[in-house]
Design a protein around this ligand. Structure first.
Ligand code: FAD
Length: 402
């Protein structure tokens, strides 16, 4: 069995219930490409593969979307945990700004996918405030703003007075950016996969992959139900459980916490229900839901094995609540649901997407970091190219041997 990817009561599971169950794999089968993992990353990769005409099979050891995806607060940010200024310093202007642009393009893709069909996946465009948590962070933030503005990103810098006048917020300064959004990640994953089955995608959930063998030039995946899958290529969209398949250590695990409030009566001092995050690490972050809840998170801790206790969830939720109250003293907020989830950070703040030397014909989509969902779209595009033997000009940015 896998890790405890989440504990407590994630809001999306309560809100949506079980949306769809797929049959487990009971007989041997074969496919050109097999995606392991049916969270938002696997769904977005399957989308790119199917649209490119690849015969695709998707397996998940759990129910679809019930891993980290169910726990995600799902702010869609084009900004990475690493400032653009620092990316530019490390990678140069072209590659640094390309990473932020890819984020914007990915959010456009999610907007289109969430809007196709009749299903409402709760996609909404939102302005986003990136707040200086302390006065001493304001200078760094101004430099970051200057870099983004110079490279053509749609941003404003708000000095304390403008922050107060336009957003009613007290703070040493903030970057206001456009292009970000929010979505219901559980519904989006189900919506995408459901539609893809009508385009030929085969899905088996509650079917775990426990081994790999090579037979006559093809991979053979061994499942916990005994049935095997013969496949030319395999994509690991196995989220935070992926490390077990890899020699290279790619991320350090953390436990993070999230809270959904009761629907808010007043939104006084939260204009446009903007997205908000801050310069402190770990940071507090905030969005809303279509039914007027505040959905927020932070209070990260070192990862420890096993389920997180109700007492720890309650304690960390109180920390998140206090930060909300300090920012929005005029809003009455009551905690409705609180939960924890595993996530991972990489050393340079960027996802790992691509091949590893120890695993021929296999590709990994480790869209780690705070904006894992946005970068899952990027993983879908890059890995589809690699699976189909095409070159992808963005692949070098996320390679394992970068
Ligand atoms: C509390 C919290 C808040 C977050 N907030 C944000 C946010 O605001 N914005 C954002 O972009 N990201 C956010 N993230 C990160 C984001 O949720 C993740 O990047 C994303 O959900 C990862 O999706 P995934 O499909 O890769 O992983 P998962 O959803 O975990 O899916 C992986 C799937 O692989 C399956 N699997 C694993 N091993 C096997 C195997 N051997 N055989 C078969 N199946 C297997 C698992 O069962 C699982 O369903 C947050 C994460 C948490 C925990």
């Amino acid at each position: 069995m896998g890790m405890d990817l989440r504990s407590g009561s994630p809001y999306w599971l309560l809100k949506n219930g079980i949306l769809e169950t797929y049959p487990p794999l009971r007989k041997d089968t074969s496919s050109e490409v097999t995606v392991i993992g049916g969270g938002i990353t696997g769904a977005l990769i399957a989308h790119h593969l199917v649209e490119s005409g690849a015969e695709t099979l998707l397996l998940d050891r759990r129910d679809i979307a019930s891993g980290s995806t169910a726990a995600s607060t799902s702010l869609l940010l084009h900004e990475t945990d690493i400032h653009l200024k620092d990316l530019v310093e490390r990678l140069g202007e072209r590659d640094g700004s390309r990473i932020y642009r890819m984020g914007l393009e990915a959010i456009d893709v999610i907007e289109r996918l969430a809007g196709e069909g009749v299903e409402d996946c709760g996609f909404e465009r939102k302005p986003c405030l990136y707040l200086a948590s302390k006065r001493s962070h304001a200078r760094e933030l101004r430099d970051e703003y200057a870099c983004r503005a110079r490279l053509g990103f749609d941003v404003d810098y708000l000095e304390p007075r403008e922050l107060e006048e336009r957003f009613g917020l007290e703070g040493p300064g903030a970057i206001l950016s456009r292009g970000n959004a929010q979505v219901d990640p559980f519904r989006l994953t189900h919506h995408l996969l459901g539609r893809l089955t009508s385009k030929g995608l085969r899905i088996h959930d509650r079917t775990g992959v426990i081994g790999f063998e090579r037979e006559r030039g093809r991979l053979s995946l061994v499942t916990d139900r005994g049935a095997r899958v013969r496949t030319r290529k395999v994509v690991f969209a196995t989220g935070y459980e992926s490390q077990q398949f890899l020699k290279q250590r790619v991320g350090s695990l953390k436990t993070t916490f999230a809270v959904a409030s009761e629907p808010l009566e007043s939104l006084d001092g939260w204009p446009e229900r903007c997205l908000l995050w801050e310069t402190a690490r770990p940071y507090f972050y905030l969005r809303s839901t279509p039914d007027r809840r505040a959905l927020m998170g932070g209070a990260d801790r070192r990862y420890s094995k096993g389920p997180v206790s109700a007492t720890t969830i309650r304690r960390q939720a109180r920390k998140i609540e206090r930060r909300f109250r300090s920012l929005f003293p005029r809003i009455e907020m009551e905690i409705a649901h609180a939960w924890s989830g595993t996530f991972a950070e990489t050393r340079d703040g960027l996802s790992y997407i691509g091949e590893t030397p120890e695993f021929p014909d296999a590709f990994f989509a480790l869209s780690y970091g705070a904006n894992g969902i946005t970068f899952a779209v990027v993983a879908g595009r890059i890995l589809t190219d690699l699976c189909l033997g095409r070159t992808c000009p963005d692949a070098h940015l996320f390679r394992f041997d970068r």
